[in-house]
Ligand binder design. Structure first.
Ligand code: FMN
Length: 191
């Protein structure tokens, strides 16, 4: 891959999970720039149907308590609950992603608003990569656990998951092979 290619950053981004992330995390200023990039995503009717909650430092302990409780409530044993607890503590910075979908908007349909959420997260992850950091979008069953949801969401909102962020020494590794462009790009020549 050629670093002078204008698409180099987009084509070289790989998700990097919690276990491969460490300090330093993006600063508040860098995080603001990443969110600016997120806000550049296509958004029909300009609804901005999402919000990010930044969780760093000791706030991760409170999140770990919630993850542990969610695991115990779901019937997991103590070992699994400790493992879930650690998911909040591995990365130096987490962003809880909350979606606020207007089910009856007269202009932007529900699927369009979800696209805006996905576009924002994608832009954010690309900005993370462009600024020399790494991260990954994660969810899991805890996004539906009552106390976890209540900590971030108001009525009608959805907890999408977490973007974990930090610095990595591991080169990103593709989890899935990407299809060749011609598998998803086809010509339509009319009926
Ligand atoms: C909304 C959403 C939730 C996800 N949740 C998880 C998850 O809980 N665990 C996981 O391993 N990957 C999850 N993924 C997939 C990863 O974020 C990532 O896209 C995938 O591993 C492919 O890696 P790549 O981004 O390098 O292509 C999720 C993706 C999205 C969009």
């Amino acid at each position: 891959m050629n670093a002078t290619d204008p698409l180099h950053l987009l084509l070289s981004r790989c998700s990097v999970g919690t276990r491969q992330l460490q300090e330093p995390a993006p600063t508040d200023e860098e995080l603001h720039r990443m969110v600016q990039a997120a806000l550049r995503a296509p958004d029909h009717a300009g609804l901005v149907p999402y919000r990010f909650h930044a969780i760093r430092g000791s706030a991760r302990d409170a999140l770990a308590d919630l993850f542990e409780q969610a695991a115990l409530d779901a019937g997991k044993d103590a070992t699994q609950a400790t493992r879930d607890r650690d998911r909040a503590l591995g990365a130096p910075l987490l962003l809880a992603v909350v979606a606020r979908i207007d089910q009856g908007h007269p202009v932007a349909g529900v699927h369009e608003q979800w696209m805006a959420v996905g576009g924002a997260v994608t832009n954010l992850l690309n900005a993370v990569h462009a600024l020399g950091y790494a991260g990954k979008m994660l969810s899991g069953s805890k996004v539906r656990a009552g106390p976890v949801v209540a900590a971030f969401c108001g009525p009608g909102e959805t907890l999408v998951g977490w973007v974990v962020l930090g610095t990595t020494t591991h080169p990103g590794r593709r989890k899935f092979d990407k299809p060749a462009p011609q598998q998803v790009l086809v010509s339509w020549d009319g009926c």
